[in-house]
Design a protein around this ligand. Structure first.
Ligand code: CAA
Ligand code: FAD
Length: 380
């Protein structure tokens, strides 16, 4: 596969790099400590088009391909994975899900506001008893004629308190199992919809993660996405693309940690020479560089599969599995290369190490990616 980037793709990559350096880097340590992400910064990401990258221009998006999106995700994630998870959820779960499966009136009502960053969205599948085992939904959406009555709890929802639009997966026909699940558009402020306290996390601390509680929330029927019972398929199809975004996030974290480690190893001296001259350090850098390039190839391949209309659930799962393992490994080694400095916040690598871990957990753990991959190759 030829991954020569077009002029436009190079421009987007550079724009994301510039934004990450000038706007994200200055406050990244503070956001990690305070667990707050300023609304103005999110609005700036919207104004620059990062929140609706693949959405058709007709709905306020940038109309770009998936490869451009992963290039931007990689650059943003090198500096701030809390910002990039917001970008990933809004682009590949919320906007893509709505644009691909929503009705025209749903798109008019929600998509333009989401793709321009006027508001952001959340994707709500996980529950206390339904994480990896996503078909075990306990949240119910009972059909009451012109509306659904929503009851239950969602866990770990990214953008939980900052989002205005929530795509909520819930069980309508229990007897039909996963074929009786629906996806509903829920708005912040609907009566009976409560947002739980913010989770105090290991990493991506600038991203707001909350549980959501639904007590008899009336959701109009016109807010259902797709046919009755399409909700689980909706979630799976949407997540297949979402995983490419998280794979790109993992790639960015790995590349960011590697770049810092390489730079540091060329200035830090021990035993009369730069530490990069010690083979133990040089070989770590060689391993990092090689694995990052391999991860990048998998991520680009998955993006190109999506752009060329090929099936991308296998390539997306492989990209996420591998890139997230590389992110974790690379970030740990980057801390090691920094020695004691690696353990303090100012050098950024300890944060990248904490942020890397989540990429092995959300949008399907590494074990779940292996289930998706193995089922696909065995079936074929
Ligand atoms: N596309 C379309 N349909 C799909 C599909 C896909 N990629 N994957 C599965 N399906 C369909 C299956 O075909 C099946 O439908 P039929 O019975 O009609 O054929 C149905 O979904 C159920 O599939 P399985 O029988 O394979 O279901 P399972 O119970 O064995 O579980 C699983 C499959 C892949 C493990 C799934 O439960 C899963 O992906 N779990 C992980 C959940 C996850 O990724 N959560 C992420 C939450 S969002 C998030 O995390 C965001 C964030 O952090 C930022
Ligand atoms: P479990 O499913 O309980 O898994 C526990 C362990 O068992 C894992 O190692 C898992 O891999 C392993 N395991 C489980 N089943 C199997 C099996 N069959 N074979 C082998 N191993 C298995 N969810 C959303 O819906 N929306 C969001 O926006 C969102 N954002 C998140 C943000 C953060 C910061 C976090 C931490 C989570 C987020 N999640 C979100 C939830 C996330 O997707 C789940 O945490 C994840 O899918 C795992 O589910 P679980 O936590 O219930 O773990």
């Amino acid at each position: 596969m030829d991954f020569t980037l077009s002029e436009e793709q190079l421009m987007i990559q550079q724009a994301a790099k510039d934004f990450a350096q000038t706007e994200l880097l200055p406050g990244v340590i503070e956001r990690d400590e305070t667990q707050k992400f300023p609304e103005e910064l999110r609005k700036k990401m919207g104004e620059l088009g990062f929140l609706g990258m693949m959405v058709n221009e007709k709905y306020g998006g940038s109309g770009l391909d998936t490869l451009s999106y992963v290039l931007a995700m990689e650059e943003l994630s090198k500096v701030d994975a809390s910002a990039s998870v917001m970008v990933s959820v809004n682009n590949s779960l919320v906007c893509w899900g709505l644009e691909t499966f929503g009705t025209e009136s749903q798109k008019e009502k929600y998509l333009t506001r989401l793709s321009t960053g006027e508001v952001i969205g959340a994707f709500c599948l996980s529950e206390p008893e339904a994480g990896s085992d996503a078909t075990s939904q306990k949240t119910t959406a009972i059909d009451n004629g012109d509306h659904y009555t929503l009851n239950g709890t969602k866990n770990w929802i990214t953008n939980g308190s900052s989002a205005e639009v929530f795509l909520v997966i819930a069980q309508t026909h229990v007897e039909k199992g996963h074929k009786g699940i629906n996806a509903l558009i829920v708005e912040k402020g609907m009566e009976g919809f409560e947002i739980g306290p913010k989770e105090n996390k290991l990493g991506i601390r600038g991203s707001d993660t909350h549980s959501l509680i639904f007590n008899d929330v009336k959701v109009p029927k016109e807010n259902r996405i797709g046919e009755d019972g399409f909700g689980f398929k909706f979630a799976m199809k949407t997540l297949a693309g979402g995983r490419i975004g998280i794979a790109a996030q993992a790639l960015g974290i790995a590349a960011g940690a590697y770049e810092l480690a390489l730079k540091y190893s060329k200035v830090r001296k021990s035993f009369g020479t730069e530490i990069a001259n010690h083979q133990a350090i040089a070989f770590k850098l060689a391993d990092m560089h090689t694995k990052i390039q391999a991860a990048r190839n998998l991520v680009y391949q998955a993006a190109c599969d999506k752009d060329t209309g090929k099936d991308y659930s296998l390539s997306g799962a492989m990209a996420k599995l591998y890139a997230s393992e590389v992110a974790m490994e690379t970030a740990v080694e980057a801390v090691q290369i920094h020695g004691g400095n690696g353990y303090v916040k100012e050098y950024h690598v300890e944060r990248l190490m904490r942020d890397a871990k989540i990429t092995q957990i959300y949008e399907g753990t590494s074990e779940i990616q292996k289930i998706v991959i193995s089922r696909s190759i065995i079936k074929d």
